[in-house]
Design a protein around this ligand. Structure first.
Ligand SMILES: *Cc1c(COP(=O)(O)O)cnc(C)c1O
Length: 409
């Protein structure tokens, strides 16, 4: 048996029981009710197949790799220029954002890894602000990095539209995570709120990490898709995006992180400014060898006219599910949030229930699987998350089952 020193912070992590507990309960239910068909409203994964133009691009790239001329070995760690230029054009320049250059874009195998990896370049003594409830990755990666005692949870409640702002903070923050559109609440940060956070970062020399993995679900023209729509953000914010939810890449794996050239920090003990982009580049070129050429061609195809159309069709499909869930539940008398510019509906459980007891009730009564809000943080207690990532037929069937429950139980 090896005798070694461990990273002690891994031992501070709380085991994550949420999805295993759900799976266990569903399994037990299915065992005792073999004839009941369970409907899943809990999935945080896409279900539609990859768009045809993406598949075509993959086929083409595979064929290229099999020829002497088309073969590619190691590519640039930051991503191929064809993709970085396309991203810059389509996601930033054409949307009126002039402060981002292709060199600021780092293509990766997804937003989850970037979210965690980015902490490699930051120091330990940071106070970190995250919403409560929250995407657990922000919290656990900071615990792994030794910041368990420096995490400040900002309540996301009905009163603040489930997007906390920078007022009345219990202490000053150095690093702030914002997820918009939000997982799990489905809320979206307004332009005004994001501007206040950007201003906060400038006033307090803080860094913002903006996770816009669900950006493609925004249809309200007033809501910002990118943090760089806000003036001053290019000197305080990093943006993390993904093709997972936008284009169905959860299994294919591709995303990117934007670190603007203008994002400079002053570090303790150093008189000069340090470029975060340069540090991130150093981190990536040392620890990462790039995303497969085939996958980057697939991501490029997302931006072709056919690709855009196909992805928009898939997003519209999920959004129709979200709208059906939201309007039907509201008609039944439930309090529902999110679901309009996001694939998640955040439902307040009826009086007398907790997140888990309502989860159990829906499973027992109607064989419906949801996600208890308390699994995402203490302020998620009293809510459940409903996902729009299932099929339309399953969503319709789920709504019919919900309608069979006593009204406003
Ligand atoms: C699904 C999701 C992502 C995407 O992660 P990938 O690693 O790119 O698949 C990022 N952030 C949040 C909040 C998510 O829910």
């Amino acid at each position: 048996m090896p005798v070694i020193t461990l990273n002690p912070h891994f031992l501070e992590l709380k085991p994550s029981y949420l999805f295993t507990d759900i799976a266990r309960k569903v399994e037990a239910f299915q065992q005792s009710h073999p004839d009941r068909q369970v409907l899943k409203l809990g999935i945080g994964d896409v279900t539609l197949p990859l768009p045809e133009p993406v598949i075509q691009a993959i086929h083409n790239a595979v064929a290229e790799m099999g020829t002497a001329e088309g073969f590619r070995g190691y590519g640039p760690e930051q991503g191929y220029a064809f993709l970085r230029e396309k991203i810059c054009q389509a996601d930033y320049t054409q949307r009126g954002i002039g402060c981002i250059q292709p060199e600021d874009i780092f293509v990766s195998d997804g937003a989850k890894s970037d979210t965690g990896n980015f902490l490699d370049i930051l120091g330990q003594h940071l106070t970190v602000g995250v919403a409560d409830p929250v995407y657990p990755v922000y919290v656990d990666t900071n615990i792994m990095a030794g910041r368990a005692q420096q995490i400040v949870r900002l309540p996301a409640t009905a009163a603040n539209g489930y997007q906390p702002g920078p007022d009345n903070l219990p202490q000053a923050l150095d690093l702030i995570y914002i997820c918009s559109p939000n997982n799990p609440t489905g809320s979206v940060a307004s332009r005004e709120l994001l501007q206040r956070w950007v201003d906060y970062c400038h006033d307090h020399h803080a860094l913002l990490i903006f996770d816009s993995a669900y950006e493609a679900f925004i249809s309200d023209p007033d809501l910002p898709h990118s943090i760089y729509e806000l003036p001053g953000s290019e000197t305080c914010a990093v943006e993390i995006r993904s093709y997972s939810k936008k284009a169905g890449f959860t299994g294919l794996r591709c995303g990117y992180t934007v670190v603007p050239a203008a994002l400079k920090v002053t570090a303790e003990g150093r008189p000069d400014e340090v470029s975060l982009r340069q540090l991130w580049n150093r981190r990536q070129t040392t620890k990462f060898n790039g995303v497969p050429y085939i996958v980057q061609r697939a991501a490029e195809a997302v931006y072709s006219p056919e690709g855009e159309q196909a992805c928009a069709g898939n997003i519209a499909y999920y959004k129709r599910n979200a709208a059906l869930l939201k309007t039907s539940l509201a008609k039944m008398g439930y309090q529902v949030y999110g679901g309009s510019n996001a694939p998640y509906v955040w439902l307040k459980v009826p009086a007398g229930f907790s997140s888990w007891s309502f989860f159990d009730y829906l499973l027992e009564q109607q064989a419906l699987v949801t996600t208890p809000g308390s699994g995402f943080g203490d302020c998620g207690e009293g809510y459940i998350r409903l996902s729009a990532f299932g099929s339309y037929e399953a969503t319709q069937a789920a709504v019919q089952r919900l309608q069979q429950l006593p009204r406003q139980i």
